[in-house]
Design a protein around this ligand. Structure first.
Ligand code: HEC
Length: 155
């Protein structure tokens, strides 16, 4: 067997792997449940606590729901800290693949990690897909105590 006949099947395998990877990237949120994503965002991740602004009375500004906000609290000791959160409605600035990586590993593109107090979530791939599907939708103003459909109904 010459060197070429060994190399060609290897190249073929690499091309196949690349093609499958590309397909799974394109399918990041295919089949995901936005309603279950809403449950994860509102009831589990509590993303609104830092990502929605409050008025001077401490009430949430509902028409700016999940659009980023100055944090109403700060650390009592010196530590790395981001005093302002970012908009997450629509997930601007992250592709589906980047958002999936971020929500499952805590790693942003280029290996960056957000500053505290942004938690380093380790959602399962399935959960992360649901969260992305929900955040990509137009998000209606909500309230933390607002009703959310039974996520079990979407499994
Ligand atoms: C305890 C407060 C807190 C909670 C809860 C929180 N975040 Fe954050 N988040 C932040 C802060 C602060 C930043 C900005 C960090 C920085 O600037 O480095 C941030 C940044 C982000 C970013 C931007 C990353 C980037 O730089 O591109 C995304 C996306 C994000 N959060 C998603 C979420 C999601 C989704 C949830 C809920 C599942 C959530 N966050 C819950 C505080 C929070």
């Amino acid at each position: 067997m010459n060197r070429m006949s060994l190399l060609l099947p290897l190249l073929g395998t690499a091309a196949l792997v690349a093609a499958i990877t590309a397909c799974s990237f394109a399918a990041t949120t295919t089949g995901a449940s936005a309603e279950r994503g809403r449950y994860l965002v509102e009831k589990i991740g509590l993303c609104w606590d830092c990502h929605s602004p409050r008025d001077e009375q401490g009430q949430f500004v509902l028409d700016k729901w999940l659009q980023g906000a100055p944090l109403p609290f700060a650390p009592t000791i010196p530590m790395p800290w981001a005093p302002v959160s970012k908009p997450i409605a629509g997930l601007p600035g992250l592709s589906d693949e980047q958002a999936l990586q971020f929500l499952t590993t805590g790693q942003l593109p280029d290996g960056r990690t957000p500053l505290p107090p942004m938690p380093s979530y380790r959602f399962s791939v399935e959960d992360a897909r649901d969260v992305i599907a929900y955040l990509r939708q137009p998000i209606a103003p909500a309230s933390p105590a607002g009703p959310v459909a039974d996520p079990a109904a979407h499994r």
